[in-house]
Design a protein around this ligand. Structure first.
Ligand code: NI
Length: 157
């Protein structure tokens, strides 16, 4: 088990575009395992590799619903429907939250840790989390997706 440092807002890496994963080897598996440890320790619902400074298109999602724990590599949204406006936050922006506009439903395709393609779909928090994590792969954070008229809320522990 290995914890990695979660990069925060001031780190320019968060604005970079992650690269496609081409090799599904033990190095990738170590990255995935470390990301899982890091996500659990941080008590989050999703984590993208860029958040620990690795520019690879790798995300983890676990919103505590029937989807369970998902490793999604080279993921791409292939369908979206509706809209939801709910409060959102990010492990990399620990003091910020805001109401975003996201699709109510998404379907995506991605590869698992062995390179096999799969599809998954869901609504609500799951859809929100998929959009949020996939955004990280292109250098975007949720504060760029605020619903009309909404602003960033700042809170301190
Ligand atoms: Ni995030």
């Amino acid at each position: 088990m290995a914890l990695r440092n979660i990069r925060t807002e001031e780190d320019p890496v968060l604005k970079k575009v992650s690269r496609k994963v081409e090799v599904f080897d033990s190095r990738l598996h170590t990255l995935l395992d470390d990301m899982k440890d890091t996500l659990i320790k941080a008590d989050g619902v999703g984590l993208a590799a860029v958040q620990i400074g690795i520019l690879k298109r790798v995300v983890l999602i676990d919103v505590g619903d029937e989807h369970g724990f998902i490793e999604a590599i080279n993921g791409e949204i292939i369908d979206r429907k509706g809209e939801q406006r709910e409060i959102e936050g990010c492990l990399s922006l620990p003091e910020k939250s805001g109401i975003t506009s996201r699709p109510m439903y998404v379907k995506f395709k991605a590869q698992d840790r062995n390179g096999n393609w799969f599809e998954a779909e869901g609504e609500g928090l799951f859809a929100r989390c998929v959009c949020h994590e996939f955004d990280h792969l292109d250098g975007h954070v949720f504060t760029e997706r605020l619903a009309p008229g909404e602003r960033i809320r700042i809170s301190r522990d």
